[in-house]
Design a protein around this ligand. Sequence first.
Ligand code: C5P
Length: 237
Amino acid sequence: MTKTELLYEGKAKKIWKTEDEDFLISEFKDDLTAFNGEKKSSEDGKGALNNQISSALFELLNEKGIQTHFVKMLDDNNMLHKSCEVIKLEVIVRNIATGSLSKNLGIENGKVLPFTLVEFDYKNDALGDPKLNDQHALILGLVKHQDELDKIRRVAREINDILKPYFFEKGLKLVDFKLEFGKDKNGNIILIDELSPDNCRFWDIESGESLDKDRFRQGKGGLKVAYTQVLNRILNK
Ligand code: C5P
């Protein structure tokens, strides 16, 4: 399948239509943004790393019975996936407190949470992706029924139950991550978007070092080395 028309350009990906209306191609870009687009940069090869990492993780989740939009990796920067109606929720799953959770609620950075926290943010750049509760999501019409929110929360936890031990075995703590969901043409809620160090936090179990976009957010450098480490651990290299 090939790209026909540019459907949408986001901060980290271009989404292309294909000859078949049921399928789209995501082109992973080298661009980096943080703090709702206020900090910008680019790193050669970052897009290809995220495409490979996301493809491997979607494959793992598909094998474990999680429904995702992933079809296949086409080449270094391009992934073929199903076309879905995007649910405008950012689903944040947290095992360890850091980032906005520590900042907003004063929970000590690095504190292991007593249970996995699942939060919803409104996917809306103009409003700065504010936090939502279920009632807000229903009032905004982001989903039709409470059942759909319950399902999203349940699947988010199932994904964490697969990925947390998977990364632990590879010497990484899965600190937190952001998921997005969409509805496929049959109305099924499935996992979409990407799973990469751009939207997950990974801490090395031994050194405590961040191997994710926090390197860019915090101006630490070494981003590509960190992302390559994540990929190599996934590939058992
Ligand atoms: O910034 P915060 O602590 O809320 O981020 C929680 C997790 O969600 C992090 O892994 C971060 O990379 C991810 N995230 C994201 N896109 C956003 C907000 C958060 O990928 N717009």
